[in-house]
Design a protein around this ligand. Structure first.
Ligand code: SF4
Length: 329
């Protein structure tokens, strides 16, 4: 069992399979994009599968595949098929922007991968295209509709941006009148690749729920799953629900069960740390399973109590300058 010094059991591994993305979302990277790592520096599929097999024997039972945009990684379905064959992994979920996903829907179903988080930051085409710096609204919406038709466990991730998509909050929740989906509003985080961030985050949990309660009646609080980062609600009579993820306020760290693996093999025990060590280098230096497990278990044992402690503990980059595309959310 992988456990930290606070007694939190780590059973959920988020794997960012690439830093490449075909979007340039304003809250994730600068307009000019980011410098991608070389392909050879990225973990190859054999290395990822080896790590997942190793960690699944220690209690990791849920995997989330992220990026960048994971479907940009060549032959991603090969990796997903191999991961779906690892017995001790109960659930594989994917976070995607939906631009390349539609063509793989039937194969995902065949592999039993039904949990998809789709990034949709606006229901308004021009706002969507401005925030993502693309013209991909229709493509993403088509993917949304196709996933719904195939009865996927579909969540929408929407990062709340001051002066940009506040007018989307209520219409997004109203999708729940018609669709059995979960819309999650995410506090904007400082992982925008520019090193700049708000002095004070205006649209935090309190302001988002306040805005919602000022505009919608009959809101019912729902029970949240252990380890869930989303604080969930339903409008009475709706089939869908919504939630708010206080990703910057970090009020959910007490039940954190997450470990992260970046595209180039950095182990992060918290989203806000700067990375604990590079497991790729250990693997490529010929480390045994026992040596890999010792290094990962030690990192997990010393996991920061919360995201603020992790951020204070940053040594080389005190200022958060990295893009979310190289972390995987
Ligand atoms: S901020 Fe860090 S400790 Fe808190 S929930 Fe996220 S990963 Fe876990």
């Amino acid at each position: 069992m992988l456990q930290d010094k606070f007694g939190r059991v780590i059973d959920y591994l988020r794997i960012a399979v690439t830093d490449r993305c075909n979007f340039k979302c304003e809250y994730c990277m600068p307009a000019e994009g980011i410098k991608y790592d070389s392909q050879t520096n990225l973990l190859n599929y054999e290395e990822i599968i080896r790590l997942v097999k190793l960690l699944s024997k220690e209690g990791i039972n849920k995997i989330r595949i992220t990026g960048g945009e994971p479907f940009l990684r060549k032959d991603l379905m090969v990796l997903l098929r191999a991961l779906s064959e690892i017995n001790l992994i109960d659930k594989i979920a994917i976070t995607t922007n939906g631009t390349l996903t539609s063509q793989y829907i039937d194969e995902l179903l065949e592999l039993g991968i039904k949990s998809i988080n789709l990034s949709i930051d606006s229901l308004d085409k021009s706002r969507f295209n401005k925030i993502t710096r693309t013209n991909q609204f229709e493509n993403v919406w088509n993917c949304f509709e196709k996933l719904l038709k195939k009865d996927f466990d579909l969540k929408i991730n929407c990062v709340i941006l001051d002066g940009q998509n506040i007018d989307d909050i209520i219409p997004m929740i109203k999708l729940g009148e018609k669709y059995n989906i979960s819309v999650r509003f995410i506090e904007e985080m400082p992982f925008n690749g520019s090193g700049t961030y708000h002095n004070v985050l205006k649209w935090d949990y309190n302001n988002i729920i306040g805005h919602i309660k000022n505009n919608l009646k009959n809101i019912v609080a729902l029970n949240n799953e252990p380890g869930s980062t989303s604080i969930n609600f339903r409008v009475h009579g709706y089939i869908g629900r919504f939630g708010i993820i206080p990703a910057y306020t970090r009020s959910f760290c007490g039940s954190c069960n997450r470990l992260r693996l970046t595209p180039n093999g950095v182990i992060k025990t918290c989203l806000y740390d700067e990375g604990i060590f590079n497991v790729r280098d250990l693997i490529r230096a010929g480390a045994s399973e026992a040596q890999l497990l010792t290094a990962i278990s030690e990192a997990i044992h010393n996991k920061a109590e919360n995201g603020f402690e992790a951020e204070r503990g940053r040594l080389s980059n005190k200022q958060i300058i990295e893009s979310m595309a190289i972390i995987g959310g």
